[in-house]
Every structure is written in C-alpha cells, then in structure tokens.
Design a protein around this ligand. Structure first.
Ligand SMILES: [Zn+2]
Length: 440
C-alpha cells in the first residue's frame, strides 16, 4: 500500500528538518518528501497527475507532527514466563497505541533471555502476532546471575541488539569488564542498570525528607552514582560501548558529562517517570510510584531536566514495567517496582516541549533517532528516503485525561491515572501498516 501524508509538520533531526510538507510511503519504505501539488487528492485517495495509476491512501495530518516512528529501547514485555503481566502481543500493541513503532525488550523473563532459543522465540512471536517491531536485549550473564557470561555471540547472531542484566546490575566489576571486552568487536552496547546493591538493599524509596516522613528506609543517591563511576572507569579502559539505564541523580549526570568530555564511549537514558515525578508521589504509600531506581528529590528531577536540555542525556525510555493487580495492591515494602508506561510516555514527554525545557526536534531525537542509533537499528529513526516506513503522528495540543482502564497493556499500574495531559500520539505506521490509536 502507498500512503501520502499531507499537511503535517515534518520533524526529522536526522536531516535537520522541521517544516510543513508531504511525505510519501511506498509499501514498507519511505520514498521521501514530495510536492503535494503533483497529486490530485480526492478525499482519502490521491493519484499522481502525471500517472493516474500511481494511487495512494491519503492521511491528512493537519495540526500534527509527522515524526520517525518512536523507539523505546527499554521495556519489559514479560514474555515468556509472566504472561499474566504482559505478553508480546499486548505489549507491542500497547507500544503502538503509545506511539512507539519499535521496542527493545529486556531479558528478565522466565526463563531469562540468555540463549538463542528464547531470543528466536521472541522475534518469531512478534513477527507473527505482534504490532510494533520487537528487538530483544539478551542477558549479560547466564540467568542474569552475575557469575558466568552468556553465549553473547550466539545471542547477537540470533538477533539480540544489546546485552543487559537489567532488573539487576552487573554486580561483579570483573564480569562487567569481561563482557565489555567481549562485545567490543560485535559493536553492540552493554546496558547496565547502575546500582550498588550493598547501599540500596534495605531501602524502599529515595533517601530524603519524604522517606523520613514516611518512616521508610531510604535508597541513597550514592547507590546509583557509585555504580555509574565504576562502569565509566571500566568503559574507559576497555573502549567498549556502555549505555547507562534510567539515571536519576544529579551526581550520575555529572559523571556522564565528565566521561563524554573525555571521549569515553558512554551513552545514557532517563525514564519518563523520573522527569515527570519526584518522591512526593510516593506520599500515602502509593505503590504505583514505587520504582527502581526510586523517584528522587525535586533537586534531582531538576537535574534530569538540565541533562535533557544540555545534551548529556541521549534518550528517553519508558522502562515499561507492567505488573499484576496483586503485585501492587500490597504493603509498600512488598510491592514490586515499576510503572506501565508505554501509553503515557508521549503525553508526559510533550510537557518538556510545552514547558520549553527542550525543542520539538530534540524530543524526536531523544525518542527516535538516538535510541535507534544506540542499538544499531538500521533504517529507523529517520524520515530519509529509503528508511523503513515507521512513522508516528503526534497531536501536540489536544487535552486528554489518562485512564488506565483504556490501556491496551495488561499492566494498569500507573501513578498517572486521572492526570490531565496535553498532546499524544494518535497514529502509528509500522512497516507501512497503519494503526489508529484508541482515543479517549
Ligand atoms: Zn533497571
């Protein structure tokens, strides 16, 4: 099918473009920006004036941004093993509903994605029954146990785009060093969840005034920054690609700034959660605001915003972490960590533009171009001629209210239920196939 998207604002940082225009898609590929005057447009179809056989479906994107399909390089799809929380079909469908045409799934499934059979299963299931494109991330260590390297070469050969023991840090510095040396010729990044467990293990939320008020043991900032410093030093020595997951503290960003200045091959991400909320959200023992790393102080949240604005942060992720009802409706200390985030991320991230923290183009870079580059997704993150026909249409202005009961994800665990937001993704095209979104 050929598709002509007209009247939209094309935003593509890969070509430094931000202008009104028409975009043509032919089958599964972007043909490029075209002159709409060359077409006769009749309702929902158009044909080339010079060749009436060249027909296409018209999408009128008036008032919308037309951007390269959004990429979320950090999601938990729970499949195999925890399908009651989420599965590849519901998760990739929720991704499309939220505006993401590609997602990278973390390996903390059951069994852990530490062998090519599981990587292959995930890719095949997504291809046959999924919606958004799925790129698995394989485990650094067997069973993510932190002792023995997994079969990294086989996993990459089977389609894994990165390695990570996310959910857990790579706790042994020696294993981290071995893994980084191993991946160097493969060109993939190692994604570490930076956490010094000896500092965090007895805490349930950020250490600060809020934790004192609530009488809960806190997790200090150093639980993250100590691990970030260790990881950066090992990346500096090995020269291998290190990506730091979900950074949340001011000192972590200071370390990354320093590393980047020295040319150490480090990239980093922040989650929608950590720039949208601070630890006040935990007030009332709200388990839906229980995360790892925890929501931090307002000063740290401001540090996230500064790092987004000054280029220290490479990309925005959701860290989509769906859970069953019973896993959150328990005492705070027993509740599992995480937020079902795929369907609220764009609305929350648009706030950064509305509040002039970052530009529109920078947002698209953070949510599409940069994550595509970090995990080496070929022909994604761009509207260039020849790129895959993965497109997201964003309505930046219309007000809506988050309703968890309308999520397509199985996970309803969100602290954003009932929140009013301005703007959202309203259509996603993946591989040339159009998916309209559920509207409230
Ligand atoms: Zn993590």
């Amino acid at each position: 099918m050929n598709i002509l998207i007209i009247n939209g604002l094309l935003i593509d940082p890969s070509q430094d473009i931000e202008r009104a225009g028409a975009l043509l898609i032919e089958d599964t590929t972007i043909t490029g920006i075209v002159d709409p005057a060359l077409y006769t447009i009749q309702g929902e179809t158009a044909y080339l004036k010079s060749d009436k056989d060249k027909r296409c479906t018209v999408i009128d994107a008036s008032g919308m941004w037309v951007v390269p399909g959004l990429v979320d390089m950090h999601v938990h799809l729970r499949d195999p093993g925890y399908e009651y929380k989420e599965d590849i079909v519901s998760g990739t469908r929720a991704a499309m509903n939220g505006g993401f045409t590609s997602v990278c799934a973390m390996p903390n499934t059951r069994p852990v994605n530490d062998n090519k059979a599981i990587t292959g299963y995930m890719i095949a299931k997504a291809r046959e029954t999924g919606f958004a494109h799925l790129f698995p991330i394989a485990a650094v260590s067997k069973g993510s146990q932190g002792t023995e390297l997994s079969e990294v070469y086989d996993l990459v050969d089977a389609g894994a785009v990165a390695i990570s023991d996310d959910g857990l840090p790579v706790s042994s510095a020696d294993l981290l060093r071995k893994a980084l040396l191993y991946i160097k010729p493969l060109g993939i990044p190692l994604i570490d969840h930076p956490e010094e467990v000896s500092l965090s293990k007895s805490g349930y939320m950020n250490e600060g005034i809020a934790s004192v008020k609530m009488g809960l043991n806190g997790i200090p900032q150093s639980a993250e920054s100590v691990a970030v410093a260790r990881d950066i030093m090992i990346a500096a020595e090995t020269g291998s690609r290190l990506h730091l997951a979900h950074l949340s503290t001011r000192s972590s960003f200071e370390l990354v700034r320093w590393a980047k200045k020295l040319g150490i091959p480090v990239t980093c991400e922040v989650t929608t959660n950590h720039f949208s909320l601070n630890d006040d959200a935990v007030d009332g023992y709200n388990t839906n605001a229980k995360l790892n790393p925890p929501l931090r102080s307002e000063q740290d949240r401001q540090a996230v915003l500064e790092a987004l604005a000054d280029g220290t942060v490479d990309c925005i992720v959701t860290d989509h972490a769906p859970h069953g009802y019973d896993e959150k409706e328990v005492e705070f200390d027993k509740a599992l960590n995480g937020i079902s985030g795929l369907e609220t991320s764009v609305g929350l991230s648009l706030k950064l533009v509305h509040e002039r923290v970052i530009s529109r183009k920078r947002l698209v870079q953070l949510m599409s171009q940069a994550p595509s580059a970090i995990v080496n997704l070929k022909n994604k993150g761009s509207l260039k001629a020849g790129a895959d026909a993965d497109i997201t249409l964003i309505d930046p202005e219309t007000a809506w209210v988050v309703d968890k009961n309308k999520f397509l994800s199985k996970g309803r665990n969100t602290p954003f239920h009932g929140m009013g937001l301005k703007g959202r993704a309203i259509m996603t095209i993946a591989g040339g196939t159009i998916h309209g979104n559920t509207r409230t």
